[in-house]
Every structure is written in C-alpha cells, then in structure tokens.
Design a protein around this ligand. Sequence first.
Ligand code: ADP
Ligand code: MG
Length: 391
Amino acid sequence: METIDKLIEAHSGKFGPSGKLRVFACPGRINLIGEHIDYNGGHVLPAAVDKSIYLVITPNDRKSFRFFSTAFGNVNEISINDLYKTSPANNNWWIYPAGVIRTLAEDEWPLEHGYDMSFASTIPVGSGMSSSAALTEVVVFALSTLLKIHLTLPHMAALGQRIETEFAGVSCGIMDQFAVVTGKRNCAVMLNTKNLEYEYVKVDSNVVHWILVNSMVKHSLKDSGYNERRSDCETSVEKLNKCGFNRKYICDFTMEEFEKNKEVLIEREQKRVYHAITEESRTVQFEKLMKRGDYESAGKLLTGSHESLRDNYEVSIPELDKMVEWAMSIEGVLGSRMMGGGFGGCTINMVKKENVSAFKEIISDKFRKEFRKETEIYDCVIGDGVREIIL
Ligand code: ADP
Ligand code: MG
C-alpha cells in the first residue's frame, strides 16, 4: 500500500487533485518452464508474481494524454493529434501506454478527451520479469475498464503483444502478456500458444519457492539475438515444409519427423529446432509431474531446459551457466535454469521451502566471490494477474 499511497501523492502533485482517481496494478511474471517456444507453437508455464506496476489514472479536460513514471521523473505530454504521428520503435518508455491508446482508439474508441497516468513499479526492469508487458497490460486493462470496452483476457494479451511488436520493435511471443493478465494466486498458467487455450496448475508455495537470482547483466530483447532466433525458427519451418509437410510451427513436428528430414536445415537451425521440440516435451512432462506432486522429478526437467538453452538455443552466457552450476550444488535446490530471452537477466531456482534462506546466503556469497559485485535475489510469491485496486 505504501507504493500506492506515494504514487497517488505524486500524481496529485504532477496533475493536480481530482475526484475521479482510479488505481490499477499489473504483475510481472516468471516462467517455470517452456522457454523460447511461445513463438514456436509450444506450451509454456508462466506465473504472475507479487511484484507489479501500479497505475493511477484520472481523466483530464485536455485534448492530450500525460504520462509520469516515478522511474523517470519528468511528465511527457502527447496531444491526441500527435498520437498518430508517434513513431513506433522510438526508445521512450511512454511509447507503451501511447501505443495502447492509439491501438484502442483505432479499433474501437473515439477519443474525446485525454487521461493523466502515473506509474510506479516494484518489478526490477530488464531482469526478465517482463516489466514491459506489465506496463502495457495495466494500461489496456485500465482503459478498457474505464471506457467499458469489453475485451476477453486472451484478447487483452494479444493486444499487448501487438503493441510491443509494433511500438517497441520486439517481435515477442504472447506468453508474457498472457501470464500477466490471466495470473492467479498459487497457480501457474499452462498455456498452449497455438490456440491460446489455458489451464491453471496449482503450485504449492508451502513446498517450493521460486527464487530468481540476477546475473546483473542487462539484457535487451531488441539487440540480444532474440529476433535472430525467431527468424531461424521461421526459416526452419519453411525448409521442413518443403519435405512434404504443411505445418505452421516447429512444435507441430515430432522428433521423428525432424530427425528424418533435418539435413535440409543448416546446423544452427537444427540446433534451434532440437531445442524447441525437446523443450515442448519437457514442459508437457513438467506439468504432469507437478500435478502429481512429484516436485523432485519436475525440478530435473528445469536443469534439462537450461542445458538445451545453453547448448542448442545458444542464448545463455557464462555467468548464468555458473549460477546454475552453483545452485545445483546447494541443498534443497530441485532445479535451476536461465529464465527469459537470455544473454543476461536471471536464473530461476526451484528451492524447497526449508532451504530458502540458506540458498540465498550461499548463492550470494559465491556470486560476490566470483564476480566481485552483489547479486539481487527475488523470492517470488505467485500472485494474481492484472486488476483494479479498490481504495
Ligand atoms: P523486461 O524484461 O523488464 O520487460 P524490457 O526491456 O522488455 O524488459 O522492458 C523494459 C522497458 O519497459 C523499460 O525500458 C521501460 O521502457 C519500460 N518500463 C518498465 N518499467 C517501467 C516503469 N516503472 N516506468 C516506466 N517505464 C517502464
Ligand atoms: Mg519485456
């Protein structure tokens, strides 16, 4: 509540008092398993966390929108007319809310007046918890609520994905947006990215905690080889389809089909496809084991996922590899892997509840000794998705 109280105060300070103030929150997300397959037609298993971006919003009587973030300081104003001139893929943080407004306005909403929006966040930026999806979706949810535009949760997620692709220049999959809108306390979301069907999988926080350890290497999807990986996957599907298939995604191919036809791919593409197909089967298996309560066996699949991301998808870095190796030598760690796009960010560690504090201590010691700096550790409680906070 402290974050919200301070944000309301900052909002009134910047934009003046208003009686019609509303508050919304959207969490960040972790991904238990299913990495780099949300754009390959696979299953992913993310969960919303207890860290969020908060939005305080008031209508104004101007023909403009004003944006303020406690992370940046100054107020940015954009007139309704200029909204259509905003160049996509510029580097300003407010391109995300501006993108939402413009897209909603084009689709279903005649703009009559503007809104003032203030944001504050407890999600560490660029650590792989998807602060960008939270920023986008909190605005999608707030505006669709205020304007009574009926959007289903999958529709909200798809809208956010479109905005991140068109305005921030990252052709991301739909996982992040989907997780932060559909998230539910103590549940991961098993999402079939091909048809957007989803199912909740209970995760008992009395048994395990999900602990992120930050490599302190900043990643950026835009220049991290992410778009390159995506295009490798697209060309692989095209090439495999020339062998008599008509498939849309890599995860539509079985391992046997791939093995029989892999010569049409260059070595790099073979590795990418191998990762996607094996990651899909690890994810499906992981869900089954979690449902059965077999957390020990499920944990081993996380480590398998890391090895494949390192060797086949080639998105890990030595820091992350070391951190996984250390984690696996600590008592009570059931599994560990790099999480997110790669080239930096965090590892996700599945740690037995009783071993959590020792784990944090040992891993930060090792990190300090090896890299001569401090790591950041986030103990993530699985929480609810985007919502309005009623004051
Ligand atoms: P992440 O993995 O956290 O999503 P991205 O690079 O995709 O990392 O997105 C981070 C971007 O999201 C920031 O550069 C900024 O533009 C925006 N952002 C995140 N948090 C905030 C915030 N509190 N206020 C304003 N913009 C934010
Ligand atoms: Mg992002």
